[in-house]
Design a protein around this ligand. Sequence first.
Ligand code: PLP
Length: 373
Amino acid sequence: MIYLDNAGTTKMFEECAAVHKTFSCDAFFNPSALTNEAVEIERLIKRAEKNFLKELGVSDGNVLFTGCATESNNLAIKGAFRSGDWEYVFSAGEHPSVYNVAKKLELDGVKVYFVPLAKNGQVDLNELEKVLNKKTRLISVMHVSNETGAINDLEAVSKLKERLCPRAVLHVDGVQAFEKIPFSLRKTSVDLYSFSAHKIHGPKGVAGLYVKNKDSLKELFQGGGQQYGVRSGTENVSGIMQFAKAVELTDVEANLAHVQELKKRFVDSLKCEDGIVNADFGGSPYIQNLIFNGVKGETMLHALNKAGVIVGLGSACSAKKAGNRILENIGFSKDEVISSVRVSFNAYQTFEEVEKAGKIIVDVYRDIKERVA
Ligand code: PLP
């Protein structure tokens, strides 16, 4: 099987399984307890938190550990929400875990703006500039699109925020950027940044939310007051340690160089075939969209699955729903959207593997076209 749905989830590093055993069967203590063993666990979590901050390129602020990036995104938006005459601004390209929170706010009568995407898949900065004002409470713009790989310019968004609504909170969903593309939040005005372990070969069930100022967030549920009182509940110690291990094992720059070449070889292996369109947004090399003229993406996905290649149809959370709101927003026709497939790589794949996948994709597409014709 050749797995090309790494934006959906990744295979966990074997090393994380060993960490899981250590912190579940041996050092299994509750970090909130008062014993020496528990205090040691608390110290290790604090050390992990510091390392995550370093990885994000910041020296202060905090990291809250959550159960998934869906929770991080919900906590960021709902935690920053304030009643009153405020406005909330979202890019139209957001993942459902942000977009559907925005839709719910809108339904509840809150003033919400969705800023359209430009042709390159990035949030349209001219349109963003038009809606920001002193009443803006929150801006939410993702870092790398899970659908197209387009990379938003966080420094440019930060400048707009500082000029037009300095009191607003800037939230960034960084799930497809963290440990994949090099960046630093230091030169930005980002207040909240979400990231998830299972997209970087860590375990499922643990994620993070960087919080510049923890007093800016209200807790979503009440409990024992863990994690600065903002995210109560016993910490997922094993998950946090495995997440930290996954980061430790990742070389962002080397991986990026490898995946750039992987993508190039993969695209080259498809070039011979008429009707396969490479929808390239010039963003993250980890994510690639293909349009198969005349064949539904879903048909391709199932046929490829049978032939031993796993691809995606966009966000795993919305893969079962027809259409692709993001590609439509960028201006693709309904036919193109329906014929699209998302391919996503990981840094541990070989050139041979993706070239082989390319050949299988061409064969499967030819075969379906012949049968349809
Ligand atoms: N945000 C983006 C951009 C994603 O790609 C995903 C997962 O597909 C999520 C959020 C949700 O992450 P999780 O599965 O950890 O809830």
